[in-house]
Design a protein around this ligand. Structure first.
Ligand SMILES: *[C@@H]1O[C@H](CO)[C@@H](O)[C@H](O)[C@H]1NC(C)=O
Ligand SMILES: *[C@@H]1O[C@H](CO)[C@@H](O)[C@H](O)[C@H]1NC(C)=O
Ligand SMILES: *[C@@H]1O[C@H](CO)[C@@H](O)[C@H](O)[C@H]1NC(C)=O
Ligand SMILES: *[C@@H]1O[C@H](CO)[C@@H](O)[C@H](O)[C@H]1NC(C)=O
Ligand SMILES: *[C@@H]1O[C@H](CO)[C@@H](O)[C@H](O)[C@H]1NC(C)=O
Ligand SMILES: [Ca+2]
Length: 802
């Protein structure tokens, strides 16, 4: 039977679930699927939980949610007499706390959109009968589901309602189910230790995207370079500016043939870019009949922060390229503030130039890591030699040389270091492409020899040079043979905030085999342990927006400003083919606790049109629950939208609202619903801009979270600068005369499951709805649900707050 893994031989796409599985030729094993009610992976709470302590180490509740559950518990048990409390309070607590279970989505049927979200988690029959005998009187306090309440006096019926189809997952059996609890929170693997990760599509339609960089200026923009010589600006919401940041297509030498290694190859921003506007690029050019590589400095335009001043180019360095391959191409700044340049050995095969090749020849700039000081270069030379460059005093050696013996380093990166301890900070990792046997990963150290052409990986290539005792080379931290891949693409040590499991993992790939790989240092021995990376199987990647497949030609890796990891690959490795995609790497087994990874990007002044990002790739090979029910989803993302709609309506418990804007299922997006199901009640037509107040505490209809109806959907308003003027508009719209408070930071709960539709709302106070106030644009936001806005309205100025 074929194995369901993403191993080569090359399919058009890579996926663990694989094409074979999609054709149902092999059975997808059921992988445990921890998932929270907000459809995200579970996490370790930042602050210790007080109530649902069984989920204090790992689960779906942060401190705030835990406090809410405790308050709910207290409200329920207030109704109990002494005996009721003694027999039932423990059960009530257990039932409430299942919202914090790492399997909450499963327990509450959120994963299966063909059934409504449960109000009480799925229970195992034996436990259900205990509950029934000890606390059936409490059922109406726990659920408003009429069919549950009507069966509360009949144990058989009640427990039938509460049971889960999948007996493995029912509460409390799942707690003792080894398969479900083992390694919970760790990256899942297949039997061979291949790590199950997932991806998120971030940008597409790119022509051989070979660098993704950020300016480290607080804007959280990212820039993607195409081999033809274009660099595009993307905003944090992934929309792309219509005009390129840089366009040097005219100067760049490349061609449309597959595998041409020439072109625009590297870009990096000066560490002080925010203050000096400088950036550096590396590209191929033709000068007369010579092919060269050129390293230039540019400056950003003084009147458009999203465009380079194309007249500002200053050429730092040009190096003749004796052949069209092995052009190196990385430029980056080290932690020391110097510019590092990674050249190739000059090309052909076996580094044939000169007596023992370019790489071992310290008088040649090819086959090297160079280091330059480009600061204060307004007057005098464009660069200086850092005084501690290793060969400044060596006769005949080029003083720019920092390390040598490299063949064709393709993609290098600087380790940001452990977020807490800073361990590893400043190390430079590179993938060095091999000749015909081995690919290697190196850590670059000053003055050292990386072996080529004496060695390829750990093995000798030029036997004579290899035997020379003066070689004194640094061995790779990892090398792999050509049956695993034929062209390494160096990656990054993951140091982002969102996926704590990946911290310290060096993630890289292979251009030819499409393999994704990882290395993790065992700090006690200094050795690097290898694990392949697969795409998650079965439901592993079944989270909103995630996919489990990618194009196989892995060209490059990148980090965004906050340190999250991305890679770029294409289906057709030609500088003219628009089939390149940028993917974000995602760990579906665990995320950082909510709020930990929050940042506020600095504003970007946009002077060209914005092109909204439209993802094109989908999750493949996954049999989603509603496929069983009806085989014709109109769009692949249909089930998700349904799920989100459904969760949205059930979470926003219907608060009576003093106008026509009543919460109802008829507010679903048009066309997204399937016929026959979920009959909709007749309600007055909703118009854009209608608002409702949603208040999880049921305190009164004069206060609550503001939810707004726009283009067929309800969403939240999320704004850290929410003002009383805005509140006035909302309150008046709802028939109140005054706004007493503009509440921020989800005082009335988070509108989880709904989209954030408005941000940066600024009203004068007299507008007819929030839509007519200035705002960031429907659906455009840089906030999260914990900033959801609310209001307290009143008909008298003097109402005292409850
Ligand atoms: C059920 O609805 C009532 C009235 O709307 C509300 O007071 C109560 O808190 C709800 N109970 C649950 C368990 O949701
Ligand atoms: C309880 O419910 C079951 C299943 O719906 C039904 O067969 C049974 O007759 C009911 N028992 C009573 C006492 O109503
Ligand atoms: C880039 O510049 C060239 C001229 O040098 C022009 O023909 C081309 O349209 C430009 N491309 C973009 C995307 O602006
Ligand atoms: C080393 O490289 C320099 C510059 O390309 C060249 O002039 C010299 O001949 C080379 N030396 C040897 C020993 O090949
Ligand atoms: C070993 O390498 C050194 C320096 O590159 C060179 O001077 C010497 O001749 C080499 N020895 C042999 C035996 O090749
Ligand atoms: Ca080497």
């Amino acid at each position: 039977m074929p194995r369901c893994s993403g191993r080569p031989p090359l399919p058009a796409r890579f996926s663990a679930a694989g094409i074979l599985c999609a054709l149902a030729l092999c059975v997808t094993p059921v992988a445990p699927h921890p998932q929270c009610l907000d459809f995200k992976p579970p996490f370790r709470p930042l602050r210790e939980l007080q109530f649902c302590v069984m989920y204090k180490d790992f689960g779906c509740c942060d401190y705030q949610k835990d406090q809410e559950l405790m308050a709910k518990f207290n409200r329920i048990v207030d109704n109990f007499d002494y005996h009721g409390y003694a027999s039932c309070a423990g059960y009530v607590m257990e039932l409430l706390c299942q919202e914090c279970s790492p399997y909450a989505a499963h327990l509450f049927d959120a994963e299966d959109p063909s059934t409504p979200l449960r109000t009480i988690p799925g229970l195992c029959p034996d436990y259900c009968s205990q509950i029934w005998s000890k606390c059936h009187f409490a059922i109406p306090l726990l659920s408003n589901d009429s069919s549950i309440i009507s069966s509360k006096d009949n144990q058989t019926r009640l427990c039938q309602h509460l049971q889960l189809d999948d007996a493995d997952y029912c509460y409390p059996h799942l707690l003792s189910n080894q398969r479900l609890t083992k390694d919970l929170g760790r990256v899942q693997t297949d039997v061979d230790g291949c790590l199950y990760l997932c991806l998120e599509e971030v940008a597409n339609g790119l022509r051989n995207p070979l660098a993704m960089v950020h300016a480290n200026d607080g804007t959280h923009r990212f820039f993607v370079a195409e081999q033809v010589g274009l660099v595009w600006t993307y905003l944090p919401d992934r929309s792309r500016l219509g005009k390129p940041f840089l366009n040097i297509t005219k100067a760049v030498l490349t061609s449309s043939w597959e595998g041409d290694e020439r072109g625009f190859l590297g870009i990096t921003f000066h560490p002080k870019y925010k203050y000096n506007g400088k950036l550096y690029v590396y590209y191929s050019v033709e000068v007369g009949f010579d092919e060269r590589i050129r390293i230039s400095e540019f400056k950003v335009s003084s009147h458009d922060m999203n465009m380079v001043d194309h007249t500002s180019e200053r050429v730092l360095l040009e190096i003749d390229e004796p052949a069209s391959n092995h052009n190196g191409g990385q430029v980056l700044f080290g932690d020391d503030g110097y510019l590092y340049i990674f050249t190739g050995d000059g090309g052909m095969a076996g580094d044939p130039f000169g007596k023992y090749g370019n790489s071992q020849n310290k008088s040649a700039l090819l086959g090297k890591v160079l280091r330059l000081d480009v600061d204060d270069n307004e007057k005098g030379p464009l660069y200086k030699i850092p005084p501690d460059n290793p060969f400044v005093h060596m006769q005949g050696a080029r003083p720019e040389v920092y390390a040598y013996g490299v063949r064709n380093m393709w993609r290098c990166s600087v380790d940001r270091g452990d977020p807490k301890t800073k361990e590893g900070k400043g190390r430079i990792f590179c993938g060095d492409v091999g000749q015909n046997k081995f690919e290697e990963v190196d850590i670059i150290e000053k003055g050292r020899n990386y072996g080529w052409r004496a060695k390829e990986g750990f093995s000798c290539y030029d036997k004579k040079l290899c035997a020379n005792s003066s070689l004194d080379d640094v061995l790779p931290i990892y090398a792999y043979p050509h049956k695993m891949g034929k062209s390494v693409t160096g990656g990054y040590v993951y140091r982002g905030c969102e996926y704590p499991n990946l911290n310290g993992m060096y993630i890289f790939g292979d251009f030819m085999s499409g393999r994704l790989m990882s290395l993790k240092e065992d700090t006690s021995t200094g050795t690097w342990n290898y694990n392949e990376i697969c795409m998650g199987m079965g439901l592993t990647c079944a989270f909103p927006g995630l996919i489990n497949n990618y194009y196989p030609y892995i060209i490059s890796f990148g980090e965004d400003e906050s340190g999250e990891l991305y890679f770029m690959s294409t289906g057709v490795p030609r500088a003219t083919a628009r089939s390149g995609v940028v993917y974000k790497v995602v760990d579906p087994s665990r995320r950082a606790p909510p709020r930990q990874c929050h940042y506020d990007p600095l504003p970007v002044r946009v002077k060209s049109n914005l092109i909204k990002f439209v993802p094109q790739e989908t999750l493949i090979g996954v049999d989603l629950p509603n496929n069983k029910v009806e085989p014709q989803p109109t769009e692949p993302s249909d089930w998700l939208q349904e799920l989100i709609d459904q969760l949205g309506t059930s979470l926003t418990t219907t608060t009576p609202i003093p106008t026509t804007t009543r919460s109802s299922r008829s507010t679903k997006r048009k066309g997204k619903r399937k016929k026959g199901k979920h009959r909709t009640a007749a309600v007055p037509e909703l118009h854009n801009g209608a608002v409702r107040l949603v208040n999880d505490d049921q305190e009164g209809k004069d206060r609550g979270r503001v939810e707004i109806y726009i283009n067929g959907e309800w969403g939240t308003v999320c704004d850290d600068l929410w003002t009383i003027k805005n509140a006035e508009v909302v309150c008046r719209q709802l028939g109140f005369r005054y706004a007493l408070r503009a509440s921020r930071n989800s005082e009335f709960g988070e509108g989880r499951g709904l989209r954030i539709l408005l941000d940066d709302v600024q009203c004068v106070g007299t507008e007819s709805s929030l839509l007519t106030c200035t705002h960031a644009g429907v659906g455009t936001h840089n906030c999260a649900h914990y900033e959801d806005a609310g209001v307290i309205c009143a008909n008298s100025e003097h109402v005292v707050e409850a």
